[in-house]
Ligand binder design. Structure first.
Ligand SMILES: [Zn+2]
Length: 325
């Protein structure tokens, strides 16, 4: 193969401001945000219509992620993935209030929508949790469609939801169809399919300043909710062949590992790009003898063609590594 045009890529984050946001994207993750207490999400890696990650450095500076997908699909994704759009979206979320209770379709269900979309399977990694912060994940045992419909109608949706107080470092895996909500006080990293389809079944009876409540999608939610899987708890980290890495999620949409690094090494070749998100510490990523420093709160895409990329921790460093199976 000709020498690759691609190199390890850093993108400009895309911020989303919502009522439930806060300041932790700056205070914990070091993002340069403006004034205001409503910074809710930092979209680190996105290729979805007008929402685009833009390369910050090097000869591809200014290119969107979709430009790269269009021009360099094989270099970026490896040989087995002819993606036309980057299939994952990675973000940080600062939830200062509980988010709505929602559910997402799977790929087959989403393909039947107008317009068609991807399904959405997602996973959260908890960066901060406050006393009383809850995760809502899955239905309680015995909740079937009929019961869920009745409880929603009676204003008792919460009684159907499995909930627990997560700890920092917990990973919660939410396959499509799992009823879920992020509770007040959580700061998380989230990896998800790049889908835009959310069905809301409960919004905590909230109203906005004008007295309006947000639209719910109760019939759609009842239709696609998974009544079989039951309560969802934190994932059990599994050992890998490398003591520095543990496996948090294996599914057909993404693989998620947590690395705890104190020694240098080489990014594993997996015939996929890697998405690295630094949670604490700092390291240098070296490709073609060019070192790039990366610190906590930063995210990088390492194209599949950049086999042999080296990393050197500058201090003990924890990061998430995500790739396409
Ligand atoms: Zn969701």
């Amino acid at each position: 193969m000709a020498r690759s045009m691609l190199y390890p890529l850093i993108f400009q984050p895309v911020f989303r401001r919502y009522l439930w946001g806060g300041r932790r994207l700056e205070s914990v993750l070091g993002k340069k945000i403006g004034e205001g207490n409503d910074y809710a999400e930092s979209w680190e890696i996105v290729d979805r219509g007008a929402d685009q990650s833009v390369v910050l450095h090097g000869k591809l500076a200014g290119s969107t992620l979709n430009d790269l997908v269009t021009e360099y699909a094989v270099e970026l994704f490896g040989k087995q993935h002819p993606w036309k759009q980057f299939p994952l979206l990675f973000k940080f979320l600062d939830a200062n209030r509980s988010l709505s209770v929602q559910v997402h379709p799977d790929d087959a269900q989403a393909a039947r929508l107008d317009p068609p979309d991807l399904g959405k399977t997602e996973a959260w990694f908890v960066l901060e949790s406050q006393p009383g912060s809850n995760v809502y994940a899955g239905l309680r045992p015995g909740v079937d469609r009929e019961m869920l419909a009745r409880k929603i109608a009676n204003g008792e949706t919460e009684s159907c939801l499995h909930q627990f107080q997560p700890r920092v470092g917990d990973c919660i895996f939410i396959p499509a169809g799992t009823v879920h909500a992020l509770g007040e006080g959580l700061l998380v990293a989230e990896i998800q399919q790049a889908s835009d389809t959310t069905f809301r079944l409960y919004d905590w009876d909230r109203r906005d300043a004008d007295g309006r409540s947000r639209q719910l999608h109760i019939q759609e939610s009842l239709e696609i909710a998974d009544y079989e899987s039951g309560p969802v708890g934190p994932q059990t980290p599994l050992p890998t062949d490398n003591a520095a890495r543990v496996r948090l999620v294996t599914c057909d949409k993404f693989v998620l590992e947590r690395w705890s690094l104190s020694e240098s090494g080489t990014i594993p070749a997996v015939d996929s790009c890697h998405l690295l998100a630094i949670l604490s510490g700092s390291l240098e990523i070296e490709h073609d003898s060019v070192p790039t420093p990366l610190g906590a709160g930063q995210t990088m895409v390492i194209p599949a063609s950049c086999v042999g990329t080296r990393f050197t921790p500058l201090q003990p460093t924890v990061l998430l590594d995500i790739w396409l199976p």
